[in-house]
Structure formats: structure tokens, C-alpha cells
Design a protein around this ligand. Sequence first.
Ligand SMILES: *Cc1c(COP(=O)(O)O)cnc(C)c1O
Length: 414
Amino acid sequence: MSIPAITPPQRLLMGPGPISADPRVLRAMSAGLVGQFDPAMTTWMTQTMELYREVLRTRNEATLLVDGTSRAGIEAALVSLLEPGDRVLVPIMGRFGHLLVEIAERCGAEVHTIGTDWGTVFTPEQIEEAVGRVRPRLVALVQGDTSTTMNQPLEGLGEICARHDALLYVDVTASLGGNTFAMDEWGVDAATAGLQKCLAGPSGSAPLSLSPRAREVVLSRRHVEAGIADGTPGRGTRIRSNYFDLAMILDYWGEARLNHHTEATSMLYAAHECARLLVEEGMDAAVARHHLHGRAMAAGAQGLGLRLFGDQEHRMNNVLAVHIPEGVDGDAARTALLEDYGIEIGTSFGPLHGKVWRIGTMGYNARKDAVLLTLAALEQVLRAGGVPVTGGGGVGAAQEVYADAAGAATEAAR
Ligand SMILES: *Cc1c(COP(=O)(O)O)cnc(C)c1O
């Protein structure tokens, strides 16, 4: 039997995630392994906690990685914070809101929802009204939902939740690094992310942070595994998952270094480097970069005659959705982009399936050359699909955004 080694084709991943990883992250992942209690390893774990505090803008001691893709972080947060019968409020604005509902239901919670049309966000008043009515123990929502490209404003929500004695959980997987997120300033109690969006890494590690209040809730359910028990009696209702038991994971990452799972070493190297990249650049600069390239892509798409989907005031910087033009086979066009140009863009889910394409400019691919190449290829694919497009209309419009930004920077430097 001779099965060839994996040799990936050249791809420029310009969809809603995953995206092409930064070469620095790939290099970090190829470093040799050490044991999980090697002082080198525990030092890197501590550094990783420090780095993600800066990325999430928090002072939370309980800031660590959950091994697994982003939804591992979501499951860990929800299963550790929720007990069967707890009331939860989930404002749903897209696919990932529905995911929060499903996971909270699997935790045995009593889940209440409010909805808004795909392509719109909630006002704080809408959320406060529902919090007052439902009286939840936890409000769970998504900051940036890639399925609709919307960015839910979070200012004020922490205060609303605190006033009603509810915890606030936010999934920031799609938005973190490309849009402002200020965990402490906004009073967020639990946040989880992933590496494969604006963090420029592969999927497989989920940064997570808990406020002191959320940490207390988790620790009030601490039960140490029988085989390593230290004699401390268990407290409260045992968390329903072993792998995602944040009380035990906190013991593993904390001073005690109590063994739980074996930390996914190569993924920790990746997460460490992803955060170093962002912290080196500066969080505000990273958001500004995503804003610039997102604007250039949006202008270019419009220059090709494409109509943008959703409330543009509240669009994430790092992903946009465009209506697929009348008469164009959306999937055939995506296949042509992939086969002829090596460029991947996304389709969408649920009510938007087959109606929009989603184009990302995030992480390592929030870059001028990636934006211009994608627009040039898209122009050809649209033309082949019978859409009358202005020659160079996309690249030209994007170049204008870059020229204006360069002009403004020169002006500011004067
Ligand atoms: C992309 C995305 C995820 C991805 O979850 P995975 O488990 O990493 O596939 C989760 N939440 C949101 C809001 C996302 O946009």
C-alpha cells in the first residue's frame, strides 16, 4: 500500500474562516515537544495566559486555552457555568446563536430566546427588556456572527446583566482581533474564541477567560477526579463533562498544576504565537488593519456591481456578504474561483444559503495583495457567469480606498 503524504495545493483562504495561517504560526507549531510538566512548558502556559489577557483586554486570572476548536470553548464555558434547570437567555442573530441554544439545552438549561432578522443586530433596550422578563442566570450571545457578518454592539450589556444578577457570556471567535473587544471595560463574565479567524492560526485551540464572578461559579462546583483526588470534598453540582470541566482545567493551568488532560502542545505553540503576533502589532492597530482591508474589499465588491448584504453600520471589519447576482450559479462560481485561481470564498447557511457569498479579509489575509487578487479573480468569474462588469472596477475601487488611506496617513504625519 502506498498512500502519498499530504501535499496541500496552494490556496488563498478568503472565506469566513478558516483562513490561511500566518507562516510564523506554522513555524511555531513545528517546534519539538516537551513534557507537560517541564518547566519550559509551564512557563509557556503562564505566558499564554498573560498574552491572552492582553488580547481580550482583561485582568482575569482565569484566562487559558481549552483544547479543541472554538466550540470546545463554548461547551466548556456553558457546561461549567450552567446547572440543569438554570434559565438562560440567548439573543439569536445568526447560526451561532442557534448553536448556543443547542449547547445550553444539552446542559439541561431552560433556554429562552429573542430573535432579530439575519443581517441586523439587537439594541441594548431589546436585550434589557428580555433580561427583565426572563430573569436568566446567564445571557449568552455572539459578538460577530460570520453567518450574517454582523457585529453585535456589547457596550452596556455587562451593566444590564450585572443589574439583573445575570452572568454575560460572549462568543468572540469571529470578531476577536479584527473588531474591538474590551472584556473588562464591557463587563463580560466569560468569553471564548478560536484561532482560525482574525488570530491567523489553525483551528484547534480555544482561548477562554472568566471574570472573578464567573470563576467563583465554576469553583463552587469543583470536584477533583477520583484518581488524583487530594482529599478536598467536592462542592456543588458536579459539572456534566469531564473534558470541559473548567474547575479541573483551572487547577491544571493554575498553581496546583493538577493533571487533567495532556495539554495539546503544538496547539499551545500556535496559540502562543497567534497572540504574540497581535500583541506585537497592538490590538488597536490590528483592528485598524482589518477595518482598512475590509473597507477595500467592500468597495471593490461594489465596484464589481455586487450588492452588500445586511446592516453595513454593524458589519464586522473582517467579513462581508454580497448578494449573488441574478442568474449566477453561486456554487459553480465558487468552484471556478478555487480551481482556476486557488481562492476560496464562502457560501452561507440557513435562510442565506445560495443567496450570498461571504468574503473574509482576516488574520494573515487582511492584506492588500490578498484583497486585490481576490477582486481580480472575482471579476473574471462574474464575467464568465454572464454578469456585465466594468473592467478593473473591483481592483480600481479597492485601490482608491488604499490611496485615500495612504493620503490620510501622510497628512496626519505632517
Ligand atoms: C467560526 C465560528 C465558530 C467556529 O467554531 P469551530 O468549533 O472552531 O468550528 C464559532 N463561533 C463563531 C461565532 C464563529 O464565527
